[in-house]
Write a protein that binds this ligand. Sequence first.
Ligand SMILES: [Zn+2]
Length: 322
Amino acid sequence: MQEVLASPCEIHCISLPTPFPVGDVNVHLVKSEKLTLVDAGVKTIEAWNHFKNELAKLGYTPEDIDQVVITHHHPDHVGMLDYLSPELPVYGHRFNQPWITKNSSFFEHHDQFFYDLFSKLGVDGIILQKMNKLRKTLAYSCERSLSYEVKEGDTIPGLPGWTVLETPGHAQSHIALYHEGSRVLLGGDLLLGHISSNPLLEPPMDGEERPKTLLQYNESLRIIRDLQVKKVYPGHGNVIENASALITERLHKQEKRAEIVVDMLKEEPLTALQVCQKLFPLVYKKELVLTLSETLGQLDYLMEDDYIKMETVDGQWVFKTR
Ligand SMILES: [Zn+2]
């Protein structure tokens, strides 16, 4: 059968500044039956002015935008929702909701989750300091609600041919938009060309069980690889044309890091924090949540495949080889 490659529509990438170490963030303007903005930058006047200038170069103003889709709840992807018309329909996964509405009971639950988890990982007094850091990044986020919740397999009005894929791991709320006819993906932070995306720790959104974010993330990557996506428009950095090869490389690199962790644990049993300190000796203090997310991801990965086991000693999790 002959392969049919339909053109998905016009996609314009607009890069916007952020105050975060990740650097610029991309938002995408998709011109189809409706003019759709995919992701919405950080909430800074600098980003907003930049956005308006770039829109003007394309012949648009913010008032021309018909709807917004957000790939996940991180501040660099949602902040400017506060500057856009409150009438604009906003689409996203339901797990965005407590973050973007700044739900105070959710944040209490969030802090308690991290307090309990970090104690088990071997972290002590610096926890509260880190929580303050989260609060600081939330200043760049928005305070508004989704208009419509979307889930796996959904379509969005005005975007014919595009389907929602649930791709958790980097965030529990993460989705991507896939155009099957042309195998083009609006990927959010699922796959970035120049850096690895981080499987960030988050509290459970449904039920009690902690999401194993690296396992989720690897599964999301495999789904994209199996689709043989031709082009990924990412949330940061340049368009990715070799997604399948890049995913294979990333999964391989991750296996290698897991092997390093097994070797460490062969020498002596360690807490997650001790593994983290050995994996990231220079950055773990400054980026504790990021590096512990990565570390616990590695440990989850090894536990899943039965390479290591865990015991609780004095309230802390101690990992050792089998
Ligand atoms: Zn993100």
